[in-house]
Design a protein around this ligand. Structure first.
Ligand SMILES: NC(=O)c1ccc[n+]([C@@H]2O[C@H](COP(=O)([O-])OP(=O)(O)OC[C@H]3O[C@@H](n4cnc5c(N)ncnc54)[C@H](O)[C@@H]3O)[C@@H](O)[C@H]2O)c1
Length: 338
């Protein structure tokens, strides 16, 4: 039988958010029925990304750390696969409150793993982060790269909770034969991205499209592998449909040399002639903390084992898509208000 069985829906936790909305859209385009489970309703951008189908998709509102609710939702919909994206994203809050990272992000993941094994879920895709890597030990960073080192662990409670989630995935695979896969996204971008990870992307593109001046004190030299949310979503489908003997860990990235906030500013100026954008030459404190795990990433296993490659491996093309879609979103929002 194909994995996952298409007679059963795919449950997407966090489907009302940024990456979730692109994932839902890609799953619908691939012919899956989808159920969303999220604490919140769709954001306007998420609704725009999914389109009219958002009205028909069942949305189960609830918190991932509420075990009875999780069991109820998974038991009623009996999904063939679960894509678990829901997570508290406010890194600063989690750093101050490690118990919240444990309670919501770790326990939430374990709740869905537990509900998956009781309900015959065929494949479970867990969203982690590139931040599980404490320090770049070699490049390109691949799935073999160590995640706990003699003197360093992942940066902050958010990444530590992701690493715990990954480890529990392996525990469920070993103890119960649950087919678990892990996606570690790098720096995601596209319409709908949040202020928790603006990445010298949202704060440049969106005001520039609105015709506002952009002046950022930091960001010019800060490097990242920027990956478009459309490519992340196509990776989710490829991982869901990939062969059983494929790896369990994949990076959502372009695999190209890292690009900087300064590169983003320069390309946006090309795309929007006359845009007034200034990005300073400094690193912020959080940029400095992140530098430890920013290195060139390998996407070879996704290419060779899943036949996946990113559509927007060119940052220029990905930014052009972001600009166009954001314009369309603004136009649709203005139309809706009339
Ligand atoms: N954005 C990035 O650059 C990035 C990078 C690496 C990993 N990720 C991972 O991708 C996933 C999606 O991130 P995103 O950028 O789309 O963020 P997002 O905030 O847009 O999406 C997260 C979703 O989870 C929901 N949620 C939060 N707490 C919940 C709870 N207790 N119960 C149920 N739902 C809850 C939110 O309502 C939201 O819809 C997360 O797991 C995140 O850690 C994102």
């Amino acid at each position: 039988m194909a994995i996952p069985d298409r007679s059963r829906p795919v449950l997407v936790t966090g489907g009302a958010g940024f990456a979730g909305s692109y994932t839902v859209r890609a799953l619908l385009d691939a012919g899956y029925e989808v159920v969303v489970c999220d604490l919140n309703d769709y954001r306007p951008e998420s609704r725009f990304v999914i389109g009219k189908a958002a009205e028909q998709i069942p949305v189960e509102r609830g918190s991932i750390d509420n075990w009875p609710r999780v069991l109820d939702v998974v038991g009623r919909h009996r999904p063939g696969a679960i894509v678990h994206l829901a997570s508290i994203m406010d890194v600063a809050v989690l750093d101050e409150n490690p118990m919240v990272a444990l309670k919501v992000n770790v326990e939430g993941a374990v709740n869905f793993l537990e509900a998956a094994r009781f309900n015959g879920v065929q494949r479970f895709v867990f969203f982690s982060t590139i931040g599980v890597i404490p320090q770049v030990k070699y490049e390109p960073i691949d799935a073999e790269h160590p995640v706990v080192l003699p003197r360093h662990g992942p940066v902050g409670s958010y990444s530590v909770a992701k690493l715990c989630g990954e480890a529990f995935c392996f525990a469920y695979q070993q103890s119960f034969g649950l087919d678990v896969r892990i996606i570690r996204p790098s720096a995601l971008y596209g319409v709908g991205m949040t202020w928790f990870a603006p990445n010298y992307m949202k704060q440049i593109v969106e005001p520039a499209v609105r015709g506002e001046a952009v002046q950022l004190p930091t960001g010019g030299p800060v490097p990242r592998d920027y990956v478009h949310a459309v490519d992340l979503a196509s990776l989710v489908v490829a991982v869901l449909e990939g062969p059983e003997d494929a790896d369990r860990i994949f990076y959502a990235a372009t695999g190209k040399p890292l690009r900087t906030g300064g590169d983003v500013a320069r390309i946006v100026r090309e795309l929007l002639p006359g845009a007034d954008i200034e990005v300073g030459g400094q690193f912020s404190e959080s940029d400095l903390a992140e530098q430890a795990y920013r290195g060139q990433i390998s996407i070879e296993n996704a290419k060779t084992q899943l036949g996946w490659s990113p559509k927007y491996s060119s940052l220029h093309d990905g930014l052009a898509e972001y600009v166009e879609r954001y314009r369309a979103f603004l136009a649709a929002s203005a139309g809706g208000r009339r």
